[in-house]
Design a protein around this ligand. Structure first.
Ligand code: FPP
Length: 243
């Protein structure tokens, strides 16, 4: 007998992307240093990743560090790099247990060598995870990836959309991912900030004023429920009019 573990189990898995914004403001509101906000952000991410499969999410891509974040004060950049490395060490066992495949997308050549090694080790250890593909964007710029993918293309004709998607995946180190179904941004801002520009061509957008450390399983559930109510037309007509 076919058994369903969740109401969404029969549907193809969603690709949800999250811009985890508001860690600094959350920390200020709690009278704590910005680094404490980022650390609280890791806990929020853990909760979200653990909830995602039951909501029908197969791929989750989160923005941890943009290529433009190098412009932040050196102390904050170092704190973020250390947090990433520490989190890889502490979370990788949990990923293996929960069937999470972890990939880092973005550039690696500008990361501290020890972090780059930790990334490679974590990716190898979690490579068999099948419940959730968790892609963490680090030193990431969508425009840079698109530019580099265009430069890497060799052929007598322009690439098809599928070929170009695969190329962006290769250039971004993790292989091609499906288009994004739902993009969530926390922290009240409503912009894309150079995140997944190619993959979000038809993404539904969900903005919440909640700061990222306060984002939790219930809020993710609300975002997905909101997404399920939307009619996606991909440039076509509404279902009623298409008759
Ligand atoms: C944006 O908030 C958040 C970041 C630049 C960092 C996000 C990183 C994490 C949540 C840690 C991720 C860790 C792992 C292991 C994936 P902000 O600093 O821009 O906040 P603000 O807009 O309130 O100043």
């Amino acid at each position: 007998m076919l058994q369903s573990t969740s109401p969404d189990a029969a549907r193809p898995g969603l690709h949800v992307a999250i811009i985890m914004d508001g860690n600094g403001r959350w920390a200020a509101a709690h009278g704590r240093p910005r680094a404490a906000g980022h650390a609280a952000g890791v806990s929020a991410l853990r909760e979200v990743a653990e909830t995602a499969p039951a909501l029908g999410i197969a791929t989750l891509t989160v923005y941890a560090f943009s290529a433009d974040n190098w412009a932040r004060p050196r102390a904050e950049v170092s704190a973020l790099m250390r947090l990433l490395q520490r989190s890889l060490a502490t979370e990788v066992d949990r990923c293996v247990t929960n069937g999470v495949r972890l990939s880092i997308i973005g550039r690696r050549d500008r990361l501290p060598a020890s972090l780059a090694r930790a990334i490679a080790a974590a990716e190898e250890r979690t490579a068999d995870g099948r419940r959730l593909w968790l892609r963490v964007a680090v030193d990431y710029s969508a425009r840079d990836l698109i530019r580099r993918a265009a430069a890497a293309w060799v052929g007598p004709r322009p690439p098809t959309r599928e070929e170009f998607s695969a190329l962006i995946g290769e250039v971004g180190s993790a292989g091609g991912a499906p288009d994004v179904d739902l993009l969530v941004r926390t922290g009240g801002e409503q912009r894309l900030s150079d995140f997944l520009l190619w993959e979000c061509a038809y993404a539904e957008l969900y903005f919440t004023p909640r700061m990222w450390p306060d984002f939790d399983a219930a809020e993710l559930g609300r975002a997905v429920a909101d997404f399920r109510r939307r009619e996606r037309r991909f440039g076509g007509l509404p279902q009623a009019a298409a008759g």
